[in-house]
Design a protein around this ligand. Sequence first.
Ligand SMILES: *Cc1c(COP(=O)(O)O)cnc(C)c1O
Length: 393
Amino acid sequence: MSTETTDFKIEFSDRLKALPPYLFVEIDKAKRAAIAEGRDIINLGVGDPDQRTHQPIIDALKTASEDVNNHHYPFDAGVPQLRIEIAQWFKKRFGVELDPPTEIYPLIGSKEGIAHLPLGIINPGDKVVLTEPAYPAYQAAVTFADGKIQYLPLKAGNGWLPRIEDIEALKNVKAIFVCYPNNPTAAIANKKFYEQLVAVCKAKGIIIVSDLAYSEVYYDGIKPPSILEVKGAKDIAIEFHSFSKTYYMTGWRLGWACGNPTLVAALAKVKSNCDSGVFNAIQLAGIAALNMDTQDIDDMRLEYQNRRDALINGLRSIGWKIDPPQAAFYVWAKIPSKFSDSMSCAKAFLDQADIVVTPGNGFGKSGEGYVRMSLTLPIERIHQAVERLKKIL
Ligand SMILES: *Cc1c(COP(=O)(O)O)cnc(C)c1O
């Protein structure tokens, strides 16, 4: 064996190095230390439902996993019946017709599709507009495809929606990402906003990527629309859907992309070179999910709505006034005035009240001055969190 030393050094790619620093490092470290000390941490930081997946879905997986026909590589486009059932669900929920073979594609969770799509449509240096604050996966996806990100800051005053004038003023943009109901702001978009967005993007030749992961997590009966409800949207838009939040299936990894057939085909071609699809048994479990008793989904909404009201009313009673979200399971709150920024607020909550919240600036510059609190904890824990905050606010 050679004992020769060399200066050969393994390094991450420039692409990986170009990712912005992970802003939650500090708070994550402090949280782990607190848990290691045995402190009873109330974690309002997680974006993952606390409930167990519904039994009919688990049963469908059990049965499907016993069938040897499901033990082989799934076909790229998946079990045809899943796409047919998605089309039926879509028609019923949004009134939109989708062609199962060309306008729907199953994904290993919607994040996987979001990560792969830019590789199929973005050339190096192409400009992609991301609104911020935003779900961090978009910037990584665009960076990996060597796209150039232009950030469009969102403001509370405009309901955390991009201004159509600002999009009108953009030059040489290939694509824009939007997400409503939004993570982290919980903002919602109405159909009128989507009509304006589609009109301006069509005029300017901008592809629209819509992330509708929270389509079924809404309150007060206000159903979030799909951008595909807009006439002509299918000419320029692709939309990402997920089983994760609707059916408590985050760990199962199942979602789909739908919309413009060329965009769907681009994503499919990237995927066929990266993965070999979703385990058939999980696709069959997805069919069971789509056909579940809708009462279970109503119960989910009611549970989050009760938690939301407990948190909002509780915090209001101790002097912290926050607008209740109309969708998603996040409360996006302006920090109390005694704190100078998102991070110092989050640190104080952890140090003094054993509560974890997510600092808003971790989602983008415009999130500074806000924190995000998740409703993915039992209501008793939410009451406890309010009690603890009463002592420090
Ligand atoms: C949770 C979430 C997703 C869903 O991710 P999956 O990969 O389908 O689990 C997508 N977008 C946003 C904004 C989310 O919060």
